[in-house]
Design a protein around this ligand. Structure first.
Ligand SMILES: [Cu+2]
Length: 138
């Protein structure tokens, strides 16, 4: 029975990993001094499916919390604010880049010098994608 459960778990995991609708690429995190408690992360998410995909949760074992943010021009001053979700259009993409949408990475759980790589998972009600982000200078 236990072996069967284990097998089921493997099958479910493979099924998730095999979902090729979404792809994440060009992921990076802005290099910062080791004392930095917050980092900014960027990436491109592509949707090869025929339906819009919503992603509303981001997690990483390397950070205490991950939020989706955007920069807004508030009467001439650039500010950022949390957004509830990312919408990746059908057969399209969403770009997280400096000055726009980004991931806000709180409380690093380990040292992240230039060259380090972290994994981040983005998830929504019907989709999930994993991204690798490389720490580097802009
Ligand atoms: Cu932010």
């Amino acid at each position: 029975m236990r072996a069967l459960l284990w097998l089921l778990l493997v099958v479910v995991t493979v099924a998730q990993a095999g979902d090729a609708t979404l792809a994440a690429r060009d992921g990076w995190i802005r290099a910062a001094p080791p004392v930095a408690k917050v980092r900014a992360g960027y990436l491109v998410i592509e949707n090869r499916g025929d339906a819009e995909v919503v992603l509303d949760t981001a997690t990483s074992v390397d950070f205490g919390a991950v939020e989706i943010h955007e920069m807004i021009n508030d009467a001439g001053t650039m500010r950022m604010r949390r957004v509830p979700e990312l919408r990746v259009p059908a057969n399209g993409r969403v770009e997280l880049k400096p000055g726009g949408l980004h991931l806000m990475l709180f409380r690093p759980q380990r040292e992240l010098p230039e060259g380090a790589e972290v994994k981040i998972a983005l998830q929504g009600p019907k989709a999930r994608v994993e991204a690798r982000l490389l720490v580097r200078a802009p």
